[in-house]
Design a binder for this molecule. Structure first.
Ligand code: ATP
Ligand code: MG
Ligand code: FE
Length: 333
């Protein structure tokens, strides 16, 4: 079966063609309008989606070397995300399915981040644990089957991606700052500065205390030395990144011990972080885990993860009707 996947939950417009479980194209239009605002502006995001959606879908069809009449079903991210952004992808998917008289498949964006692991080999076997770390979420999920997922823990405040982005803002780096912190951290000393690890029970997370302690740390040092950030950026970034990574991996290790599961995956935009990837590899080797780390292009928002998820729903004939609307919030289980 040939599935068209559509992603428009936040600020990436993306379209992908999946044929019998193999990705044939994955076109992503990034929105640069938000940079100067230091965060995604919802109204600008939905307008950019409207401009990008048709060229993005067209290109995904061209790159896959198919004709639009070859498409057997349309899968789209119904949520969670920004309402205006979701409306563009949802309306497009509904209209396309109606016009071509083909089935419509709803996809939960957070499930799609996890199902990105089924794009390429080696694929995880069920059950596995997935640490999903993105711009809006930080979750530890027990994945029992493609669409049977159980939330074991989550953030009580900021997401891991927000921790990176808000820290970057404190350091005067442009939005989104996560990749820049990663970049500077590569040449820094992660033991130069130390930041507290929050004491949060169970498998939940918190990043707001860390953000505050970083803010005070910077203010204190800049007062004594206005060039503190410029002169120490790699060490600051490496130290902050190292703490965020240790917060994440300590809970993931706890989850592995509690559940006895040793198939361990990471997903979402922050799983592109090189510090997290390397530390997980080391931790996996220590614990004899089977580790699953997505390719870079499938970490941040993309439609390949939506079209592969759509493929598995297509096999189940799990279709929805034309009367649905987007869900800005949508629990994973
Ligand atoms: P959600 O999936 O929760 O709805 P989102 O779709 O906006 O949120 P993603 O696109 O999955 O989030 O991820 C974006 C986040 O990933 C941003 O916060 C960005 O800073 C972060 N990120 C991307 N690359 C890196 C990196 N190399 N290091 C750290 N953070 C990164
Ligand atoms: Mg984004
Ligand atoms: Fe996402």
């Amino acid at each position: 079966a040939t599935i068209l996947g559509i992603e428009s939950t936040c600020d990436e417009t993306s379209a992908s063609i999946c044929i019998d479980g193999v990705i044939h194209s994955n076109i992503i239009a990034n929105q640069t309008v938000h940079e100067k605002y230091g965060g995604v502006v919802p109204e600008l995001a939905s307008r950019a989606h409207q401009q990008n959606i048709i060229p993005t879908v067209d290109q995904s069809i061209i790159n896959a070397k198919i004709h639009k009449n070859d498409i057997d079903a349309v899968a789209f991210s119904r949520g969670p995300g920004l309402l205006g952004s979701l409306l563009v992808g949802t309306s497009f998917a509904k209209a396309f399915a109606l016009a071509k008289d083909i089935p419509l498949i709803e996809i939960n964006h957070m499930q799609a981040h996890i199902l990105a692991h089924f794009i390429e080999d080696p694929k995880p076997t069920f059950p596995f644990l997935c640490l999903t770390v993105s711009g809006g979420h930080t979750q530890i999920v027990k994945v029992n089957d493609y669409f049977s997922m159980q939330l074991l823990g989550q953030t009580l405040d900021d997401a891991a991606g927000e921790a990176f982005d808000k820290t970057a803002k404190i350091l005067d780096l442009p939005y989104p700052g996560g990749p820049l912190i990663d970049h500077y951290a590569k040449t820094g000393d992660k033991n130069k500065y130390s930041f507290p690890e929050p004491k949060i029970p169970d498998l939940d997370f918190s990043f707001s205390g860390l953000k505050t302690s970083i803010l005070y740390f910077i203010q204190r040092n800049v007062k004594d030395n206005p060039l503190f950030i410029q002169n120490n950026l790699p060490d600051i970034c490496a130290s902050i990144q190292s703490r965020i990574v240790s917060i994440l991996l300590n809970k993931l290790e706890k989850a592995a011990h509690l559940t006895g599961i040793n198939n361990i995956a990471i997903a979402g935009g922050v799983s592109a972080n090189s510090g997290l990837r390397t530390s997980l590899e080391n931790l996996g080797a220590e614990n004899a885990w089977n580790i699953f780390i997505p390719k870079f292009e499938y970490c941040t928002d993309n439609a390949a993860m939506v079209s592969i998820a759509g493929y598995y729903k297509y096999l189940d004939k799990d279709f929805i009707t034309q009367d649905i609307t987007p869900l800005t919030r949508w629990a994973l289980d």
